[in-house]
Design a protein. Structure first.
Length: 394
C-alpha cells in the first residue's frame, strides 16, 4: 500500500511545485509588462516636456512622481542630515511621526544604500535612497528553487530505483526460501526413514568417547533440519508471536553447538548467562532460534583456529524491552563494513553470502519490533539485542 502511495505522492508534489512555478512566472511577466507600460509613459512625458516651450508643469511633475513611485521600487527620501521625509513601497508600514517607525526606516535606508548608491541633491537639500523592485527580489530565488527541485527529483528517482531493487531482491529471497522449504521435505522424510533403519542395526546407546549419544544427536539433526524447513516457510509472512523464554531458546541453541564443537572448534568456550527466571518475551521461537544460530555460527567462524570465548549475557529489562549482549573475543568486524554489517551481501568471509546478519536484523527488528546493534569494541564483536517483553506496548 505504502509503495503505491509514495510514487503518487511524489508526482502530486512535483505537479504542485510545477504549477506554482508556472503561476509565479506568469505573475512575474504581468508585473514586468505593467512596468514596461509605466516606463513608456514616463519616457513620453519627459520627451513631451523637453520639446515643449513651457517645460514640465507642476501637475506633470506630480503625475510623473506618482508613476515612478508606483513602479514598486522601495524609495526613501531624506534631507542631507538623514531624516526621512518621504517613504514609498517599503516592505513594512512606517509612520514618520512615530519615533520607533522612524528609527526602523533609518535602518532600512542603510540597507538600501548597500544595494544602490543614493542620489544626492545638495542644492535642494534632499537625498533619494532606493532599492530593487519586489519582482527582482523574487526573481533572485528562482534559480535556487529550480536547483532544489531538480535535486529533489533526482534524489527521489535514485531512492525509488534503490527501493525497487531492494524490493525485487526481497521477493527473490522470499521465493527461493519457500521453494527451498518445499524441496527439503522429501529428502528429510527419506533421511528419517534411513535413520530408523540404521538404528535397528546398530545399538541405539552407542556413544562417543565424550559420552554424547550418537543416535540421539543424529535424530536431533534431523529434527533441526525439519525446523529449518519451517523457518524458510515463515519468510515473507507475519509470524505468530507467543510467550518465549530466552533462557530456554538461547540455552537450547547453545547445547546444540556444544555437542558439535569437538569436531568443529575444540578450543572455543560458550558461556550463556541468562537467568532462568528472566522475564518472558513476545516472540516466535522458531525465528529467534534461527537468529541466535546465525550469531553463534558467525562467532565460531571468526574464532577458527584460535582459543576463543562466546558469551551471551543478560542485561536486564528496561522500558518494556529485554536486553542481551552477544559477544566473542575474535578479531572483530572490519572497520570498512561496520556501518553496513547488517546489509544484504556484505561479508568479510571468503565465499560468504552476506545474508546471516541481514537475517538476524530482519528477525529481531522487522518480525519482533526489537533492535540489534553492533557495539564499538577494540577487539571482538559485540551485539546488543532488545526484544519486547510479554505484555509490553513496545
Amino acid at each position: 500500500m505504502i509503495r503505491r502511495l509514495v510514487p503518487i505522492g511524489i508526482v502530486a508534489a512535483f505537479s504542485a511545485v510545477l504549477v506554482s512555478y508556472l503561476a509565479y512566472t506568469w505573475q512575474l511577466s504581468q508585473e514586468m509588462r505593467a512596468n514596461a507600460a509605466v516606463f513608456s509613459r514616463i519616457y513620453f512625458q519627459v520627451v513631451q516636456a523637453v520639446t515643449s516651450a513651457e517645460g514640465m508643469t507642476a501637475e506633470g511633475e506630480f503625475n510623473l512622481i506618482l508613476q515612478l513611485l508606483d513602479l514598486g521600487i522601495p524609495v526613501v527620501q531624506t534631507d542631507l542630515d538623514g531624516t526621512p521625509t518621504l517613504v514609498r513601497n517599503l516592505p513594512f508600514e512606517a509612520e514618520l511621526d512615530d519615533p520607533v517607525a522612524l528609527e526602523r526606516v533609518q535602518r532600512y535606508v542603510e540597507r538600501l544604500d548597500g544595494e544602490n548608491p543614493p542620489l544626492v541633491d545638495a542644492e535642494r537639500n534632499f537625498v533619494v535612497h532606493y532599492g530593487h523592485p519586489l519582482y527582482l527580489q523574487r526573481l533572485r530565488w528562482i534559480p535556487w528553487l529550480q536547483a532544489i527541485l531538480l535535486l529533489g527529483v533526482v534524489g527521489t528517482g535514485v531512492w525509488m530505483i534503490r527501493t525497487s531493487s531492494r524490493s525485487e531482491r526481497e521477493r527473490i529471497w522470499t521465493a527461493m526460501a519457500r521453494e527451498s522449504a518445499h524441496q527439503m521435505g522429501t529428502p528429510l522424510s527419506s533421511l528419517a526413514g534411513w535413520l530408523e533403519l540404521l538404528e535397528s542395526t546398530v545399538p541405539p546407546e552407542a556413544v562417543r568417547p565424550d559420552g554424547i549419544r550418537i543416535f540421539a544427536e543424529m535424530e536431533d539433526d534431523v529434527r533441526r533440519l525439519e525446523k529449518v524447513s519451517r523457518r524458510f516457510e515463515l519468510i515473507g509472512r507475519r509470524p505468530a508471536l507467543r510467550p518465549v523464554s530466552l533462557h530456554e531458546v538461547v540455552g537450547r541453541v547453545g547445547r546444540y553447538f556444544r555437542a558439535r564443537m569437538p569436531s568443529m572448534r575444540e578450543q572455543v568456550r560458550l558461556e550463556i548467562e541468562i537467568p532462568e527466571d528472566a522475564p518472558l518475551v513476545l516472540g516466535n521461537e522458531t525465528l529467534l532460534e534461527w537468529a541466535f544460530e546465525n550469531l553463534f555460527k558467525n562467532s565460531l567462524d571468526a574464532l577458527a583456529g584460535r582459543d576463543g570465548l562466546i558469551q551471551v549475557t543478560w542485561l536486564g529489562a528496561h522500558g518494556g524491552m529485554a536486553n542481551l549482549r552477544f559477544a566473542d573475543n575474535g578479531p572483530g568486524v572490519d572497520p570498512a563494513v561496520r556501518t553496513r554489517v547488517f546489509d544484504v551481501g556484505v561479508t568479510t568471509k571468503q565465499g560468504g553470502w552476506g545474508v546471516g546478519l541481514s537475517l538476524v536484523r530482519r528477525i529481531f527488528v522487522q518480525a519482533h519490533k526489537g533492535s540489534v546493534a553492533l557495539e564499538p569494541t577494540e577487539t571482538g564483536a559485540s551485539f546488543t539485542i532488545s526484544l519486547p517483553l510479554l505484555g509490553s506496548d513496545a
